[in-house]
Write a protein that binds this ligand. Structure first.
Ligand SMILES: [Zn+2]
Length: 518
């Protein structure tokens, strides 16, 4: 039977996307499964399924022997006695992969057809991404009551990340269950993000400073260390964050909550009046922040980055901070912490907005919250501090931009710069492309208080695709098979048993719905 060739190439995504899902002659409605993010090159054919069970052998062509060990362990975890065998061997795919000019340490190829399943990658990282692609395409064998092994479509993939640093920024609010944080981290890894920045929002259970959190914090040392270990195994490095300048309340400003001084007024001297900024002239502030950095950095397994926040700060009002030009005070404060972080083998990251003056016409239409004095930090801060430039296209999240002059500005100043979108989905790929074009540092998808429902789905899908340099595949139906599958795999890995830990919302119907509302 003659069939259409199904090809999906990321570079010309939409031009070729629809033929990829156009079915076959017997059933024109049939669709092909697609992984997230869509690989750079992807061909798939479910009319020629390939065995992916105990009878199958997956050949791994990778110079790192650890890759085979890792894969065997995870196949057993995922598939039990139905796990395919894993063997190390030369496939020919690796030389093809390495002959491509844009190949990287994380590039990979997979081939699955009647002759078997083969993976090629230069590193364990590449093998992980290969397997995550494959895992999303595997389905249960047909025609039985219970799963008796799996099948894959015949498929070929060649893939490489667009940007080397691809992070998701996750907020551990009091309202966010730790299971949700684990799901978000595991799902980010499955969608091939390699870093997750964790902002505690008053939930980190510091032993040194137990006043620095809400009562009953769930981000305990044991939980952090457990999640860090899971992340390390799955290929995603967790990065701690402390808001070391503004946002010192560890609570959303619109709520007027303050994780520290609402319940413990004794710690008021550490903060500016009102509590939004740390009091930078108080030497105790540096001591406390350094001690918190040590504790958190150790709990996170001493990762190579530490995020110091520093967004949306206010001008000072206390009598001591008023004595010195604020730019000097802020610069000394951030530089001191950045140096301290560096001594621990990590690089500091900060948000960008205080480094751009509010009235500067160059930044009209872009996020910029600084004053003339704080904008001077762009000339005085150490140039190895990574500037995380968050641009959300406020006012119209549908807006598509191609250029980000603020990012170019920080790059020209000599800083590594990361592009950080939120829910401005149309801007994500152009932003990742722009960062690649100017030789920027990376891409950080922020999620804030929207890590639920359709927003969660869209943020992860669009951002992972942008960071891998591809567009998202067109939706084939109302039901999002690819994302639902990925989310379910995470649930299986966590062995979830609670209704709340399934899907992208805790509830299908608001529980209050069933309360008398006469
Ligand atoms: Zn002060």
């Amino acid at each position: 039977m003659k069939k259409r060739v199904r090809v999906w190439v990321g570079v010309i995504a939409f031009a070729l996307a629809f033929p990829a899902f156009a079915g076959n002659e017997a059933n024109p409605d049939a669709i092909e499964l697609a992984p997230l993010p869509m690989p750079v090159e992807f061909k798939s054919d479910m009319d020629k399924p390939v065995a992916f069970d105990a009878s199958a052998t997956v050949t791994v062509d990778c110079p790192d022997a650890e890759a085979v060990t890792w894969l065997k362990r995870h196949f057993t975890e995922w598939y039990g006695d139905q796990a395919p065998k894993v063997t190390s061997g030369s496939t020919g795919l690796l030389s093809t992969l390495n002959s491509q000019p844009s190949t990287s340490d994380e590039s990979y190829s997979v081939s699955a057809d009647a002759s078997g399943v083969q993976i090629a990658a230069n590193t364990l990282a590449g093998v992980r991404w290969a397997v995550y692609t494959m895992r999303q395409l595997a389905i249960a064998k047909r025609g039985t009551f219970r799963t008796e092994g799996r099948i894959l479509p015949s498929f070929k993939v060649t893939d490489r990340p667009h940007l080397a640093f691809r992070a998701i920024h996750l907020c551990w609010f009091p309202e966010v269950r730790s299971q949700q944080m684990e799901r978000a981290i595991r799902l980010a890894a499955l969608l091939k993000f390699n870093y997750a920045i964790i902002e505690p929002w008053g939930m980190y259970a510091s032993e040194k400073h137990p006043w620095w959190h809400w009562p009953n914090p769930t981000m305990t040392k044991a939980e952090v260390r457990r999640l860090v270990a899971i992340g390390r195994d799955l290929g995603i490095t967790l990065i701690p964050q402390i808001n070391a300048f503004g946002h010192a309340s560890s609570a959303r400003s619109c709520t007027m909550k303050h994780a520290m001084i609402d319940l413990q007024p004794a710690y008021e001297p550490l903060f500016e009046p009102g509590g939004w900024n740390w009091c930078l002239s108080n030497p105790e502030t540096q001591r406390v922040l350094r001690e918190l950095i040590v504790e958190m950095h150790d709990d996170f397994g001493r990762p190579p980055f530490f995020h110091l926040g520093c967004d949306e700060a206010q001008p000072p009002s206390c009598p001591e901070c008023r004595k010195t030009p604020y730019a000097e005070l802020v610069c000394k404060h951030i530089t001191g912490l950045a140096e301290f972080v560096k001594q621990r083998g990590a690089r500091a990251m900060i948000w960008h907005d205080m480094l751009l003056e509010r009235g500067d016409p160059r930044w009209k239409g872009y996020v910029h919250h600084g004053t003339k004095t704080t904008a001077a930090l762009a000339d005085t801060l150490p140039k190895d501090v990574i500037i995380c430039d968050w641009q959300y296209s406020y006012g119209n999240m549908k807006e598509t931009r191609k250029d980000w002059p603020t990012m170019a500005y920080f790059k020209e100043k000599g800083f590594p710069v990361a592009g950080c979108p939120w829910m401005n989905y149309n801007a994500m790929k152009p932003m990742a492309d722009y960062i690649a074009k100017i030789g920027g540092f990376g891409f950080i998808e922020t999620t804030w208080h929207h890590l639920r429902g359709g927003d969660w789905v869209q943020m992860y899908k669009f951002a992972s695709a942008a960071a891998w340099g591809t567009a998202i595949p067109p939706r084939t139906s109302m039901y999002d098979t690819a994302f639902g599958t990925a989310m379910r795999l995470v649930g299986h890995d966590m062995k979830v048993t609670d209704y709340l830990d399934t899907g992208h919302l805790n509830y299908q119907v608001p529980p209050g719905w069933w309360v008398d509302n006469n």
